[in-house]
Ligand binder design. Structure first.
Ligand code: ATP
Ligand code: MG
Length: 576
């Protein structure tokens, strides 16, 4: 490709509304342009990276035995009504009517459509197992689209769906996808972790997320420093072995805490550590129950663990008027003593005695509070957010480390949730009708490219790894008006094309400074500079973008050297 005939609109200025580096660089390097909030066009340069991502996905899905198909973006409402998600999905589902007033939605995910296909085409266990995938545009009307391709409303996803007769088969399908995902992200050259995840609203009972480690990541993850355990903090389990409640030593005492509202303020006022306080959160559930939740003062509630424990869709902090009604005081003074609602405590609280709690009145706390003696707890459970340093639940002595991550892939074991709701059954060997056991598996293609940029850049621009880079080699022609330079660069360009190397020839009539700045910004991994001075010695200059290493290479050697560097950049080892 010749730069002079290409569309590569680089920007000098940093676009004002781009908060994360990948978004800024994708705009500046002419990869994408915004059409509306969360809706982007891929310009030619960005599309090349996207297509490479898709191709890696395709090859690994095919290798794992999945079969490609393509489903419609417009989904008829009937199917979504059958699964119950037409009502349940909420505002992320973009609904619309056709000219005959029939209801449709833009597919945010395709369990309904694929289940409909399979129930109409597969009727015997002999046709199983099956795993079908597509790479397709999804639409989710995200409440806060941001960070460019990272959280778009329209985005490209690979989604796959597996169908098995039995749970054991579904587990095999799941583990094949787990390995395929590890291969995919390894091939992209990414530093990632696969972590245990909450299976959330989509349902099911087991799931893993694939997280690219990056400071800008929206997710918190923890991993054990001595075993394999890693999990999203939403999910990370904490266990307390043999927790005993110490004997109460102090009398319960009401104390005035004028103007002290936060845990830190109260602790400092009473000359205590926040760990000697117990905080009481009043929460409301999707089933309209109001409960009190107790946590050690310095801990955070994990609302997902609580919702799972209560088997409800969600829990939220109660509104101020509800808090006032159940505690008799405004928000911020709640305590467990004298409450008439159900009190559930984080397991850690079981090991505490003589602590401070809110007094259910403005500027009042209790010191010397003790469970059983002063108030009752109906249940203890793992409810708090895991943090770095927490003990690993799976091994002796391991401790959590914590990271920020970008979720690029997600695999779920769905079970029979959709096949039961939509009556997708097959006959087993005894001729008995059974619901299909399903799994679903997603990867955000655009989000993965963005995540790769988050992980691979410097102050001058992108450094996408070879497998995702739009081109492999950039030839910078220093002075296109110099016949010798032009001829040498053209000849090298033709040689590289003939060697099947993806090459961009910067033949623009621009100053060297501009060409070098653009080269750093667009970050093509290998850069060959052809200039008059070096040519006199029969040399060209080779620069490796991510290490910055430069060397002089004789014109005759450059093509084989580039071929070797490209091959090394694409090489990866498959795990077993
Ligand atoms: P998130 O928690 O980030 O909203 P999700 O759990 O809704 O993700 P899934 O339904 O599991 O995501 O979708 C599979 C994959 O699709 C995700 O792992 C992610 O890579 C990608 N993805 C999801 N939502 C978006 C989005 N709004 N923009 C870009 N990619 C997305
Ligand atoms: Mg989402």
């Amino acid at each position: 490709m010749r730069y002079s005939q290409y569309l590569l609109p680089t920007l000098k200025e940093t676009p004002a509304d781009a908060e994360v580096i990948s978004h800024r660089l994708m705009l500046r390097a002419g990869m994408i342009r915004k059409a509306a909030a969360g809706i982007y066009s891929y310009l030619p340069f960005g599309l090349r990276s996207l297509r490479k991502m898709e191709q890696i996905i395709r090859e690994e899905m095919d290798r794992a035995g999945a079969i490609e198909c393509l489903m419609p973006m417009a989904n008829p409402a009937e199917l979504w009504k059958e699964s119950g998600r037409w009502e349940k999905y909420g505002k992320e589902l973009l609904r619309f009517k056709d000219r005959k007033s029939a209801d449709f939605c833009m597919g945010p995910t395709h369990e309904e459509v694929i289940t409909d296909i399979i129930r109409n085409t597969v009727n015997s266990y002999k046709q199983l197992p099956l795993n079908l995938y597509q790479i397709q545009t999804k639409f989710r009307d995200e409440i806060r689209p941001r960070f460019g391709l990272m959280r778009g409303r329209e985005f490209i996803m690979k989604d796959a769906y597996s169908f098995d007769l039995e749970d054991t088969g579904a587990d095999i399908s799941y583990s094949k996808m787990y390995q395929a995902y590890r291969n995919i992200f390894n091939r992209c050259g990414l530093n990632f972790r696969s972590v245990e995840a909450d299976s959330g609203a989509i349902g099911g009972n087991f799931s893993h997320e694939f997280m690219v480690l990056a400071e800008s990541g929206e997710d918190g993850i923890v991993s054990c420093d001595s075993c394999e355990y890693a999990a999203n903090v939403e999910k990370a389990e904490l266990i307390y072995r043999d927790l005993k409640t110490p004997m109460a030593a102090l009398e319960l005492q009401k104390v005035d805490t004028p103007g002290q509202r936060t845990i830190e303020e109260v602790a400092e006022f009473l000359k205590l550590n926040p760990q000697q306080l117990v905080k009481t959160l009043i929460v409301q559930t999707s089933e309209d129950e109001v409960l009190a939740i107790l946590l050690r003062g310095d801990r955070e509630l994990n609302e997902i663990k609580l919702a799972n424990l209560l088997d409800v869709d969600w829990v939220l902090m109660a509104e101020d008027d509800v808090v006032k009604q159940v505690t008799g005081a405004p928000t911020g003074f709640a305590g467990p003593i004298g409450l008439e609602i159900r009190v559930i405590a984080d397991a850690e609280v079981k090991g505490m005695a003589d602590f401070v709690v809110g007094g259910n009145a403005v500027d009042v706390h209790f010191t010397g509070a003790n469970q059983d003696r002063d108030f009752a707890v109906s249940q203890f459970a793992d409810l708090r957010q895991a943090v770095a340093g927490d003990p690993c639940p799976r091994c002796e002595g391991g401790k959590f480390e914590s990271w920020r991550g970008i979720e690029v892939g997600h695999i779920f074991k769905l079970g029979i949730k959709y096949s039961e709701a939509m009556n997708a059954t097959v006959l087993d060997a005894e001729g008995k009708s059974r619901p299909l056991v399903m799994g679903c598996y997603g990867i955000g293609a655009g989000r993965t490219v963005a995540a790769a940029i988050e992980q691979n850049h410097d102050e001058n621009g992108m450094m996408l790894p070879m497998p995702l880079a739009p081109f492999q080699v950039l030839i910078t022609m220093l002075n296109p008006k110099d016949d010798q330079v032009r001829e040498a660069a053209e000849e090298l360009y033709q040689q590289l094309l003939a060697a099947n190397i993806e090459v961009l020839l910067d033949d623009r009539d621009e100053r060297p400074g501009i060409k070098f700045k653009d080269a750093d910004l667009i970050g093509i991994p290998l850069r060959v500079t052809v200039g008059a001075r070096n040519l006199k010695e029969g040399n060209v200059e080779l620069k490796i973008r991510n290490s910055g290493a430069m060397s002089m290479v004789p014109l005759d050697d450059i093509t084989p050297q580039l071929q070797q560097l490209v091959a090394e950049g694409l090489a990866f080892k498959l795990e077993n």
